[in-house]
Write a protein that binds this ligand. Structure first.
Ligand SMILES: Cc1cc2nc3c(=O)[nH]c(=O)nc-3n(C[C@H](O)[C@H](O)[C@H](O)COP(=O)(O)O)c2cc1C
Length: 223
């Protein structure tokens, strides 16, 4: 892509006036001891501000060669124990997490101009919790989770449609759709969390939390 073509699709850097206007009333990140309630506050603000998928996050994993990978998944639970998401255990991410049970999460709430980065080890969500979440999903979403060999080659879209149709027939008039053994949750137990708040002229505010022996400490970072 030429410089001219890039300029047509990539927005320009804000002008001094735009920066000034954008940054009015923008708070610094509060100096709290525990990052989990702060994260909840930011999630709540994001839910109110973002038109779609405020709980979407980048999930970064690494394969056995140390090659990073990343994709979006939805955050489904926040607690002192960590951040839970659901997926197919045989998917690319599932295989990478089996081989290398560490991951990083990235949130970017564009309307709020905020970012959160989280790192830690990943554990499976207990079966009873995964069952309860699976049961809460829409019927069609449950059937889709059963029908999908996520991330493996699909010969044609019709193959998937046929699988769904067969499951619809099998479970017609029934709601006892069992969670497949190949589908469930992971919980990332955080040992690092970083909050980033945009400020004018790229003088952003960053607060980094580190957990050692169960105790969180924090410090500010240069932008
Ligand atoms: C907004 C959004 C939300 C998504 N949520 C999930 C999710 O919660 N779980 C999931 O397995 N895939 C989700 N996906 C699809 C993944 O990004 C990805 O395509 C899929 O999980 C396969 O990834 P893998 O091949 O790395 O395993 C989502 C995609 C988008 C764009």
């Amino acid at each position: 892509m030429s410089e001219h073509e890039s300029a047509q699709v990539i927005p320009p850097s804000p002008s001094a006036e735009e920066y000034q206007k954008d940054s009015e009333g923008k708070p610094l990140i509060p100096d709290v001891a525990d990052p989990i309630p702060l994260f909840r506050d930011w999630m709540a603000a994001a839910r109110a501000a973002e038109p779609n998928d405020s709980n979407a996050m980048s999930l970064a994993t690494v394969d056995t060669h140390g090659r990073p990978d990343v994709r979006i998944v939805l955050l489904k639970d926040i607690s002192e124990n960590g951040f839970a998401f659901y997926t197919n255990f045989g998917s690319v991410k599932g295989v990478q997490l089996k081989d290398n049970p560490v991951a990083a999460l990235g949130f970017h709430w564009k309307s709020l101009r905020r970012q959160v980065r989280i790192r830690g080890v990943v554990q499976p969500v207990p079966a009873d919790e995964a069952d309860a979440y699976f049961a809460s999903r829409a019927r069609e979403s449950r059937l889709s989770a059963i029908a999908s060999d996520q991330s493996r080659p699909l010969p044609s879209r019709e193959t998937f449609d046929e699988r769904i149709a067969a499951l619809q027939k099998e479970y017609e008039g029934r709601d006892d759709i069992p969670r497949p053994k190949t589908w469930g949750g992971y919980r990332l137990v955080p040992d690092e969390m970083e909050f980033w708040q945009d400020q004018a002229f790229r003088m952003h505010d960053r607060l980094k939390f580190v957990r050692k022996a169960g105790v969180w400490t924090h410090h500010r970072l240069y932008p």
